[in-house]
Design a protein around this ligand. Structure first.
Ligand SMILES: [Zn+2]
Length: 257
């Protein structure tokens, strides 16, 4: 088991972590893990009434409040919606964050998803897991990571890739016990909830999150679940740390298959 009980969720936008992994973060918090929620952007595009600067300020506060529900902290890497780049300056920002936070467990977006912001974030996290361990990538005052963290990919939004093919996590976390906490985290993103409610006339933000968690839940005969896939490429940790920490909540669809 990891010495440093810090989990970093790196997603593209505010509310991604809460929708895709909020329940799992809540369970990890209950196990005594430090929760760090980071987003690549402050969600500049998330309003039709406030300009980019104004909505960003509001959404940073909303994201910090959501992290606060599980006694976590929030970091924004200040890229821009639609313009998240896989380039050296952005990678250096992400590696810096990894060295500051020193996570032993990382959750990021799916490498196949509905928009590039999510896919690029996924690739940035993958590279930062390794890059943060490399001494020759020097950063004054920031120690290298002692080892590559365990890396997990959350489901893509609505569980499908760009062709509509279903993507299902093979590690399912039963989040039924913390569904209220997940909803509370999500609802901190008030601007997004209000916006969707205005467009759809119902509480679409919460309805959407619940129906996707229910879809995953059905796969393991539970009310609600979140799915993950572990990065098992060369040089990344091969043991299932998430499954070990949350063993009473985790169901492997791999073993069943
Ligand atoms: Zn997003």
């Amino acid at each position: 088991m990891a010495d440093n009980k810090t989990i970093l969720s790196l997603m593209a936008h505010p509310d991604d972590a809460e929708i895709l992994a909020g329940g799992t973060l809540a369970l990890l918090a209950e196990k005594g893990w430090n929760i760090v929620i980071a987003t690549m952007t402050p969600g500049q595009a998330g309003s039709v009434t406030l300009n980019a600067e104004a909505i960003s300020a509001v959404r940073r506060k909303e994201a910090a409040a959501a992290a606060g529900v599980v006694s976590g902290t929030y970091h924004c890497l200040e890229s821009e919606d639609v313009f998240i780049m896989y380039d050296k300056p952005t990678l250096l920002k992400v590696i810096t964050l990894f060295r500051e936070i020193q996570p032993s467990l990382v959750i990021t977006a799916s490498p196949q998803d509905y928009m590039f912001d999510h896919e690029i974030t996924s690739h940035l996290a993958q590279t930062a897991c390794m890059g943060a361990t490399i001494p020759n990538i020097e950063m004054a005052g920031l120690p290298v990571l002692p080892q590559v963290p365990h890396l997990y990919y959350a489901d893509p939004v609505q569980g499908k890739d760009r062709f509509g093919n279903e993507i299902t996590g093979d590690i399912m976390v039963d989040i039924t016990a913390v569904m209220d906490t997940k909803e509370q985290m999500l609802c901190c993103h008030q601007t997004q909830r209000d916006w969707l409610r205005y467009i759809s006339k119902v509480d679409e933000f919460v309805i959407m999150m619940k129906s996707f968690s229910e879809r995953n839940g059905r796969l393991i005969d539970k009310a609600y679940a979140e799915g993950f896939r572990q990065h098992l490429g060369y040089s990344y940790p091969q043991d299932d740390l998430l499954g070990d920490i949350l063993k009473e909540f985790v169901y492997s669809l791999k073993a069943k298959g």
